[in-house]
Write a protein that binds this ligand. Structure first.
Ligand SMILES: [Zn+2]
Ligand SMILES: [Zn+2]
Ligand SMILES: [Zn+2]
Length: 225
């Protein structure tokens, strides 16, 4: 690992923890700090053209990934996406369904036939930053109050598990703010002591949100690769 100089075999999981700690304001003493803007989930650096990553999602089976990052390696996507007891880190590239909505099936069909294509992927831990920057019409728990609530599928793609936050040694008070249930647990820290206003229902939905009933192309966390 070029950030901490440790010898690691699973850079995805290892670097994911560096990134999560950086995002949670838990700076580490590293030889090289984690990139500030949308860091690459394989090497932890920002802004390198070779770290651009693309994803092709299929109706079934794990997605294909395409990147030239020097730390890139092939991993079991479904397994990593789900997280496990021994490897809880769910640092994987995802397809943003706000950028690339999954269309509902045509009337009378249960799925919509879509020819899979490569699209720009966003690493899960960068999804918050991505939505804050690219999808200003949506609120992001703990980051932006105003806006429409995130569609469940988008929230799922950025949600962190307890296990992965524990594994990254994030103190509980800095854990990701949940969507509704965790709202009460928000701890105002440091400069940000303003009382959070109660969650208001979004009065003006920005776009017609795609209905999320059937999503054949959804990256499923439920099946096992
Ligand atoms: Zn490291
Ligand atoms: Zn990289
Ligand atoms: Zn997007």
């Amino acid at each position: 690992c070029s950030l901490c100089e440790a010898k690691v075999t699973d850079m995805r999981s290892h670097v994911g923890q560096h990134i999560l700690r950086a995002l949670s304001n838990m700076p580490e003493s590293l030889k090289e700090q984690v990139g500030k803007v949308l860091p690459c989930g394989f090497c932890g650096r920002s802004g390198l053209p070779e770290c651009a990553i693309r994803i092709k999602v299929f109706a079934s089976g794990p997605p294909s990934l395409e990147t030239k990052c020097i730390c890139h390696f092939v991993f079991k996507y479904r397994f990593a996406d789900k997280g496990s007891k021994n490897t809880p880190c769910r640092n994987v590239p995802v397809r943003c369904t706000l950028c690339h909505p999954v269309l509902p099936p045509e009337p009378g069909k249960s799925t919509r036939k879509v020819i899979p294509a490569f699209v720009d992927a966003v690493w899960r831990y960068n999804m918050v930053e991505h939505v804050l920057d690219q999808h200003e019409e949506y609120s992001v728990p703990g980051h932006r109050e105003a806006g429409a609530p995130l569609p469940a599928q988008v929230w799922e793609s950025m949600r962190l598990t307890d296990l992965e936050q524990i594994a990254a040694r994030i103190p509980k008070e800095r854990w990701q703010v949940g969507r509704e249930v965790d709202k009460e647990n928000v701890i105002a820290s440091g400069s940000h002591t303003r009382k959070r206003p109660a969650l208001e229902p979004a009065t003006s939905l920005p776009l017609k949100r795609p209905r999320t009933a059937v999503q054949p192309l959804q990256i499923s966390c439920t099946s096992i690769a």
